[in-house]
Design a protein around this ligand. Sequence first.
Ligand code: FES
Length: 121
Amino acid sequence: MEKIPDPACSTPDIAAAFAKLKLADAGRHAFLCVGPNCCATVDGLATWEVLKARLGELGVPALRTKAACLRICTGGPWLVVYPDGIWYGGVTPERCERIVREHLAEGRPVAEWVAMEHPLG
Ligand code: FES
């Protein structure tokens, strides 16, 4: 993709934020819904803490985003991984551990926990 410079988005602060994200190294992006409708927020946040910690500990080059709703609103916490377009429901902290190791780190979705597969693009 051709880079189109936008002066409004080219400040040193923005460049520093992209560098901190390690966006250039990222191969996947995980979005986790932490509730409140698909799961209790306390449960979603427990999974979020595992996702954040394990990605860091394993040095997995993946982005992570805490979402307020992925519009399923039942059976959560929901985790969707792009670019694969893999959706996981009921992502407990224990399940999150395995998803991080096998899918985010090694690129192998945990087939038995995949609720939907829909890559974009
Ligand atoms: S609140 Fe989690 S999907 Fe809507």
